[in-house]
Ligand binder design. Structure first.
Ligand SMILES: NC(=O)c1ccc[n+]([C@@H]2O[C@H](COP(=O)([O-])OP(=O)(O)OC[C@H]3O[C@@H](n4cnc5c(N)ncnc54)[C@H](O)[C@@H]3O)[C@@H](O)[C@H]2O)c1
Length: 370
């Protein structure tokens, strides 16, 4: 399948090297703009909601403090309670329907601002400047919000895309190796979901990044990832069919996050989840290629997998609570023998869950032992 390593110049009919492209949405098309600078945003009269971790960046230092709201980029920020605080703050500042918001941060700030922009005065425009690699390569498009309620992560949400997404490599300079690896795991997941040729395109760019690591090499990976994710979003905007394939690795990844008491960052957990999913299917040369590349990303992150303490019964308990379960069935995303991902509905039998927990333990011990 992988003969002839092709780096497509066009994906989904659009040039791959462009600095702008459009995402079609029933709620209004929106633009992704890469490496164009952010001067026009500074000059706008928007209210900026910024992750305080990037408050010393050159861009944020130029924002008029009267138009700046600093927030923590964390799970505690994307809560219903904090949304209410932010909405009240916007009202106190006199924000009205002629105003707009600019969110600057990772996926946490994105989730918060997506929901707040969508409901404030029944919706005001917003722009997103992603600052983590995961957000640049994956979450910034698609328009979803996901808000935590009590102990329930991502329980409520909606779809409300920004008017534009502005990706700038400067923000990558302060991210550590774990943050980069989280984005790489999500990016390779998108490519695998689309098919073997797209996986090869990722493999090529990842090899280039490994030989010459740089923020600009990461931006090329983000660009490829977004152009391919665009196909899923446009064909299935509201997550009914094709877009569900982007949940590859997520059933096991989420269960690992819960069973380890959030001891592993989400992107890395997804990478581990992909390895677990692959160990449940017939091994082929393609599956081995995916495993080698994913393992390489996980190990290059420098994350200490031996620090993870996961009990099989906690993992199984979390699997039983997976939001994708349907009645007494698990809905898994698994590779078929043609190298395509497909939904696989399996009865939630003890022997299946034990096999999955066993597979997780084997994957974790291979990562600890490397
Ligand atoms: N809405 C969606 O479509 C979608 C998709 C995937 C994930 N998510 C959500 O995104 C969240 C995770 O987002 P994330 O991985 O971007 O992490 P994050 O936003 O939680 O940020 C992680 C850490 O990185 C810091 N940070 C942000 N930018 C930085 C920079 N440039 N340099 C150094 N540190 C920086 C943050 O302050 C934080 O401490 C989760 O809550 C997840 O549920 C949403």
């Amino acid at each position: 399948v992988l003969a002839g390593r092709v780096l497509p110049l066009t994906v989904a009919g659009q040039s791959f090297a462009m600095s702008r492209f459009v995402i079609a949405s029933s709620q209004g098309d929106y633009q992704v703009r890469l490496s164009e600078g952010l001067n026009d945003l500074i000059e706008s009269n928007s209210i900026f909601i910024v992750d305080r971790v990037v408050s010393k960046s050159e861009f944020v230092l130029r924002i008029n403090p009267e138009r700046l709201i600093l927030v923590d980029g964390s799970e505690n920020t994307k809560t219903v309670a904090f949304c209410c605080e932010l909405l009240e703050e916007l009202a106190n500042r006199g924000v009205d329907k002629s105003s707009s918001l600019v969110a600057v941060g990772g996926g946490s700030v994105q989730d918060l601002v997506t929901l707040c922009a969508s409901i404030y005065m029944r919706g005001i425009p917003w722009t997103y400047v992603p600052t983590t690699f995961m957000a640049m390569a994956d979450s910034c498009i698609g328009g979803k919000s996901a808000i935590n309620v009590g102990n329930y992560k991502n329980l409520v949400g909606n779809f409300y895309p920004p008017e534009s997404i502005r990706i700038e490599e400067k923000f990558l300079e302060t991210l550590g190796s774990v943050g980069i690896a989280c984005g790489l795991c999500e990016a390779v997941k998108i490519q695998i979901a689309r098919g073997p040729i797209e996986f090869v395109s990722f493999d090529d760019l990842y090899s280039q990044y490994q030989s010459h690591p740089s923020p600009s090499a990461l931006i090329e990976i983000a660009r490829l990832s977004l152009v391919v994710k665009k196909w899923f979003i446009e064909i299935d905007e509201f997550d009914k069919k094709e877009r569900k394939l982007l949940n590859y690795g997520h059933t096991f990844g989420h269960a690992l996050e819960s069973a380890s008491h959030m001891g592993i960052p989400h992107g890395l957990a997804v990478g581990v989840g992909m390895l677990v999913a692959n160990s449940l299917v017939t091994s082929t040369g393609y599956v081995e290629q995916i495993n080698n590349l994913t393992k390489n990303i996980l190990l290059q992150s420098g994350f200490d997998f031996s620090s993870l303490h996961v009990k099989a019964d906690s993992f199984i308990k979390s699997l039983k609570l997976d939001k994708k379960n349907f009645g007494d069935n698990q809905v898994l995303v698994l590779l078929n023998t043609e190298g395509r991902l497909a939904l696989d509905v399996q009865p939630m039998r003890d022997e299946n869950l034990l096999e999955q927990a066993d597979a997780l333990m084997k994957v974790l011990s291979s990562l600890k032992g490397s």
